[in-house]
Design a protein around this ligand. Structure first.
Ligand code: ADP
Ligand code: MG
Length: 353
């Protein structure tokens, strides 16, 4: 008898800095797809992308999920396979809905979404445009600016313009004419705070630009603000919904890589202690921000909030936010009355809308 369950192809791992986080997210997502009422709804076919970008079938993926860390060469059917994607692994034919649980470049930026579009099967999360626009901080900011959404002042720089001392000085002067110190220097296409630095003066600006230029040709420089960091989760397609608002607090000058990934360095407040109208404004802006970059399905929208000046700025959209048991996205929905099991089921349903 043919199964009435929907076959969900969960793709995780990936050739990005966020490989380990993706494995942890996949453990949470797949655990939820395989529990309670979802057992009768879904059949999960996990696929694993290793750090060389090679795709492996369920046999490898299940082992990675079980051990919770990347596959070792001896666990791979063909450890000498060439780098990168060559074809979909065995078992992919039966997949009815694809579910990318990938973070960062090649997962969150529209590339894998392009592959699913070519295959012609529905997939969880934003499409090519929403993913690409949300991944590139300069493109995202340009879209926010065009829609008149509030964000901190920023300017763009090109890595190619930093090749010699004279051009570097002129880039720095140009930035200083537009922004005040401190400012934040960011590669446009990364996440997890990788390659970001805070600059208090010309020397730090130049060294921040050099760091960012090693990682991306597109660089964003932003006015630094002293602000609380708030996040809101979005779900749905034809009709987008916004969750309660959460806050991240940490004992550091800013939310850098170590603070993000060292246990005990940060904690979350859900719901964030906020005046009602600020919370409502954040929920409204979250939906507007998603609309303006064509993000749908799933997104986490991040804000800066200066509670002394009562000023709110959009920081960024993440179209494939962290999905570990400790991650803000599932926790915000839990606090909004959507359990983890219901959340993954809704995400799959949304993909088919
Ligand atoms: N303009 C800014 N003012 C103050 N802090 C900032 C600013 N931009 C970034 N930060 C700090 O750096 C962190 C990472 O920046 P973000 O743009 O969110 O990059 P990522 O995509 O890597 O998360 C933020 O969470 C915040 O702590
Ligand atoms: Mg961020």
């Amino acid at each position: 008898m043919p199964s009435s369950r929907t076959c969900v192809g969960v793709v995780f791992g990936g050739a990005s800095e966020e490989h380990a986080v993706s494995i942890r997210s996949a453990i949470t997502v797949i655990g939820a797809l395989r529990s309670g009422a979802n057992l009768n709804r879904f059949e999960v076919n996990p696929l694993y992308i290793d750090q060389l970008g090679r795709w492996w079938p369920a046999s490898v993926a299940e082992a990675v999920l079980k051990q919770g860390h990347p596959a070792k060469p001896e666990q791979l059917p063909n450890p000498h396979a060439p780098k990168g994607f060559t074809n979909l692994p065995d078992g992919s034919d039966k997949v009815q809905v694809w579910y990318p649980v990938l973070h960062g470049p090649n997962g969150e930026d529209g590339t894998v979404q392009g592959l699913f579009s070519l295959i012609g099967k529905p997939f969880v999360g934003s499409g090519v445009l929403g993913s690409a626009l949300s991944m590139d901080k300069l493109a995202m900011k340009a879209a926010f600016a065009a829609a008149g959404l509030p964000q901190v002042p920023y300017a763009a720089a090109n890595a190619e313009d930093l090749i010699n001392e004279r051009s570097r000085e002129s880039v720095a002067k140009n930035l200083e004419a537009q922004l005040k110190y401190p400012c934040f220097v960011k590669p446009a296409n990364l996440g997890s705070s990788v390659g970001i630095s805070k600059a208090q003066n010309r020397e730090e600006l130049l060294s921040g630009l050099a760091t960012a230029a090693k990682l991306d040709s597109r660089i964003v420089v932003e006015q630094g603000v002293t602000a609380r960091e708030l996040e809101c989760a979005v779900l749905g397609k034809r009709e987008l919904q916004a969750s309660v608002v959460g806050e991240i607090r940490f004992n550091a000058d800013w939310y850098d890589y170590d603070t993000k990934y060292t246990e005990g360095f940060s904690h979350t407040l859900i719901p964030a202690p906020l005046p009602k109208q600020v919370e409502e404004q954040i929920r409204k802006l979250s939906l507007q921000a998603c609309d303006c970059v064509a993000a749908h399905g799933m997104a986490r929208v991040d804000f800066f909030y200066d509670d002394e000046l009562n000023e709110l700025w959009l920081n960024e959209i993440n179209t494939l936010p962290g999905f570990t048991s400790q991650s803000m996205y599932p926790m915000l929905w839990e606090a909004s009355g959507v359990t983890l099991e219901q959340l993954v089921a809704q995400l799959v349903a949304t993909a088919r809308e």
